[in-house]
Design a protein around this ligand. Sequence first.
Ligand code: ADP
Length: 406
Amino acid sequence: MKILVVNAGSSSLKYQLIDMDGEVMIVKGQVERIGIEGGHLKQTVQIPGTEKKVIEIFQPIADHVEATQMMLTALQDEKKGAIKSVVEIGAVGHRVLHGGTKFSASVVINDAVKDAIRECIPLGPLHNPANLMGIEACEKVMPTTPQVAVFDTAFHQTMPPKAYMYGVPKKYHDQYGVRRYGFHGTSHRYVSKRVCEFLGISPLGQRIIVCHLGNGSSLSAVVDGKCVDTSMGLTPLDGLLMGTRCGTLDPAVVQFIANNENMTVDEVLNMMNKKSGLLGISGLSSDMRDIDAAADKYNGDAMLARDMLVYGIKKYIGSYAAAMGGVDMIVFTAGIGENNGALRERIMDNMEFLGAKLDHAKNAACADGHATECVISTEDSKVKVLVIPTNEEIMIARDTLELVTK
Ligand code: ADP
């Protein structure tokens, strides 16, 4: 069966077509600038054993329905497409940001599920409406194809209350659902499961720290295959220093900056989401490659940004090891985690006290676009340190297949 995986953002729609016989991604595409000037579709078809085919279209795209239609037309393109008819698409798996406490696993979409995703809009005001638009657009153009929702928050629903509650009056939790939810759940689930398969061991009895380090970054603590804590919170702003997000800070900073700069709370939060992190500290870029290049030339602010990132990750690793009563594996994933060997070296420096010893040669070999699944700790390291490239799309496709063939 071929499964279409859709990730709808407010002005974009990313998609992959995965042939589940062998789990091969045969199409990768994205529609960008939906509803704004400069609409654009780019699709690459790569069927094993055949030549790579690329379609690129520039035209105004009014809304997500039009974007979905463009995607389906491109998928069925006679010369450069991958399928002859939409009936070849067995099901569609949608990435949905926020499932609140309503979803601890993926589900087949029906009206009640859509209502529940809608009810979670206050928790994911930017993403959930876009995700719903993607779902409804697919329903409109493929009315008989089953649709599945896979939530970014679902994997973290196993956290115990002591990990997810905030120390504000409990009524805010009871009334509005104010608590830690965590994100990147599909990636944390994929990586924590895959690492055990890779090592040929059962997840039972394993204490794993997954470091998902990309533009957005989060750590999770996973025991017996279940998430017990994660660094992102009510929103993805919490936790580590990220590309443009500040991560954890004293909440009083919001009021302090708002008063001094005559800004509204919304403006301060916008600054904390979009202008902070590596970008805000370095004044240069949100991309770790730019930070590294500048820091290696002794740019003080870039060095500070890198130091803050590394220090933050170290502190989370230490706290999760303490929370789990020890750690058996530390796993790196996502753009920075997979590719930036030098940063992994900095993070793991001086971690022998924890039982984690890096094999410098193995670590250096797994970098710069050559990320493969590999152990990067020494043979005698008590804690295994690994790189496992993430694959959220395959997880979405697997969930979708399982739910529609059940
Ligand atoms: P997102 O969170 O948007 O999915 P990614 O997981 O792609 O982002 O991570 C983006 C980060 O990964 C950037 O800071 C970038 O510097 C880093 N990165 C991506 N590819 C490479 C690479 N080949 N070498 C070094 N760093 C990389």
